[in-house]
Design a protein around this ligand. Structure first.
Ligand code: PLP
Ligand code: COI
Length: 344
């Protein structure tokens, strides 16, 4: 694709918020099948008052990003894994699957149409891509809708946490995120609706995020409202919680690969007791929006855990992971086969 001029936006000062771009993708599901899909400039969704999404929250979403590489290409990071995860989510929520092939194709179409909103290389901003699906026809009894929309919009974004690479604080909340055998492992809108009170409360108390523990025993580390967690041990092993009630983060899976295959570090995905956390050297949140955000302190009902990496900068291993992952995404470090989808 020829080099394109970006929109005149103050990329360096963007936060993580919605900015309307020119086109969005829409496909409708009726009578048991998806239509061919279209791109539209209309950002509004008009729904029946009893639509499944409005009454019983039948909605799910995905999140991925488009990046401008050092040599001026526009790329997406592992969109096939978002497609696969959305299919898993839809099955769990009794929603129709939008095929993985069509998902990736629609992502490419919508990014191409909004190419001028892909921030320049080195600006610190990226184009966030939000695929989502919801039940549209009227329902009254508690049952799945018969009709759905699958849509994708984009928005240029900056860092999820103000201050970018500055360490943040977490607190252990009195609220749970996901129940055993519930929906914590899929990207259902309902998981986020029920976390809103906890996040508002965390902010009121001066913390950036909640670190949820497993709801069955309240002894094991799970994740935050919008990101998985990694820790670095004193002997530089990268460890991350294994749990059937957390979202299988694509960023986390990629980081564990990078730790092992690019940085030569030992990695472990296992149950992590909260009582172990005080012994770790570094902690960070990982996700598409969060990228890799260092954690400086965790507060648990008046007790404080302060990581040796401190409140000023990323820990050493976190920084290496961050530089390698973002280098792969921005094209300065060679990516593993199949990780980068070039938008041509
Ligand atoms: N955990 C939760 C609850 C999330 O909402 C997200 C965001 O997508 C993640 C983890 C990170 O997942 P990914 O790296 O695939 O963006
Ligand atoms: C993402 O990282 O894409 C997310 O969905 C997290 C958050 C914005 C909900």
């Amino acid at each position: 694709m020829e080099a394109v001029m970006e929109k005149n936006i103050d990329w360096g000062n963007l936060g993580f918020g919605y900015i309307k771009t020119d086109y969005r993708y829409v496909s409708e599901y009726k009578n048991g099948s998806w239509d061919e899909g279209t791109l539209t400039t209309d950002e509004k969704v008009v729904l029946n008052e009893s639509a499944g999404v409005l009454q019983y929250a039948q909605t799910c979403f995905e999140g991925l990003k488009a990046y401008k590489t050092a040599d001026g290409k526009v790329v997406c990071f592992r969109p096939d894994l978002n497609a696969k995860r959305m299919a898993d989510t839809c099955k769990r929520l009794e929603m129709p699957v939008f095929s993985e092939e069509r998902f990736v194709d629609a992502v490419i179409k919508v990014v191409k149409k909004n190419i001028k909103y892909v921030p320049p290389y080195g600006s610190g901003a990226t184009l966030y891509i939000r695929p989502y699906m919801f039940g549209t026809n009227p329902v009254m009894g508690v049952k799945p809708a018969d009709e759905y929309q699958f849509r994708i919009f984009t928005s240029p974004v900056g860092p999820y946490f103000k201050g970018g690479a500055k360490p943040i604080t977490l607190r252990v909340p009195d609220f749970d995120r996901a129940a055993p055998h519930g929906t914590g492992h899929v990207k259902a809108g309902l998981n986020y609706a029920m976390s809103l009170h906890a996040i508002v409360d965390a902010h009121k108390q001066g913390f950036n995020e909640n670190m949820y523990l497993d709801s069955a025993t309240r002894t094991k580390v799970e994740e935050t409202g919008g990101a998985n967690i990694i820790f670095v041990t004193k002997d530089n092993k990268v460890v991350t919680p294994k749990s059937s009630t957390i979202l299988p983060s694509i960023t986390r899976r990629s980081l564990m690969y990078v730790a092992e295959h690019y940085l030569g570090l030992k990695t472990e995905e296992r149950e992590i007791l909260f009582s172990e956390v005080k012994d770790f050297n570094e902690c960070a949140l990982c996700g598409t929006a969060a990228v890799l955000s260092p954690v400086g302190k965790i507060f648990d009902h008046g007790k404080e855990i302060a990581f040796p990496s401190g409140m000023e900068k990323m820990g050493e291993v976190t920084k290496k992971l961050y530089d390698t992952l973002t280098g792969i995404q921005m094209g300065t470090i060679e990516a593993p086969e199949g990780w980068i989808k070039v938008i041509e």
